[in-house]
Design a protein around this ligand. Sequence first.
Ligand code: GTP
Length: 327
Amino acid sequence: MNRPHPTFQPILHTTEFPHAKEQHGFALNMLQSLVIPTFVIDIDGKVILWNAACERLTGVLAREVLGTDNHWQAFYEERRPTLADLVIEGSRRPVDADASLESQNWCEMPRVGRRCFLAADASPIRDASGKLLAVVETLRDVTDEKRAQIALEQLATRDGLTGLANRRCFDDTLHAEWQRALRQQQPLSLLMVDVDNFKQYNDAYGHLGGDECLQRIATAVANEMRTNDLVARYGGEEFAVILPNQSLKGAAIVAERIRCRVEQLHLPNLGSQPHVVTVSIGAATALPSHDTEPSQLVATADSALYRAKHMGRNRISLPNTDLPGKA
Ligand SMILES: Nc1nc2c(ncn2[C@@H]2O[C@H](COP(=O)(O)OP(=O)(O)OP(=O)(O)O)[C@@H](O)[C@H]2O)c(=O)[nH]1
């Protein structure tokens, strides 16, 4: 059973150099007063230093963990190795013996009751003969920077109104999926989804009502998709759906599911037939080659969408074939 040390006691032992022990003691005292959260564990994984900055960061006091291997409790709800423990583990494998480790990850920080994104570095401390004595881990709380980065990424890739991927993200994803389909010689399908008579909807329910309608449709479409598919707001009242490794037949099935789902929302649009909000969908599929481009897939799906509108809306259309709609 682990018992907390009553006081801080450096327990490094060296015999090779007469001054080595004092040097280690001095080094540990330096770490103790460092403003960077720092802790040190010995080769048995027991804490031999837990400085004041580490106490402030984790809410765990030195006297609670010194001499124990309970330091994980400062960071996680359940026992798991800290970076310093991984360095000790690695030192037992010849290939990793000299490795320092660094990582950045979310920690639960149970004692302070808030998740933190911590940047950690763990390095071995060795004596003059190279024998591992301990591992020092330093920590930096970079939660604010991480949150700012996530928010920026969201801004760069998400549509503000619907929360779907934005046009830029669509373009990037289409390009990446095209390259992947080319490498793997798989089909790539695309749906262009356009709200029918949306001008009338805006006229009848106002622009804010129109915004809400677009949000409802976006959620309905997104809920129909698998995780590898991408639903994006292509622009205005038009959405695009990328379906990797999907045949035209499969794409037609997905398109019909989306069409039905939107119709079943029963959002009233009294100015149009059949008095509820509907969508028209154009589908296209390509087997990418070096002579073709993603823009051709978009153009083909767009033409199919145009035909669906021309045929009376609330229907799906495929290249060269028009499936019967429900209008
Ligand atoms: N509320 C709202 N309206 C938008 C938004 N983006 C585009 N619109 C409106 O969508 C309408 C699109 O009108 P049109 O291009 O004539 O198309 P439509 O009325 O849907 O007709 P069809 O597509 O032919 O069925 C316009 O009135 C735009 O102002 C938006 O973000 N919010």
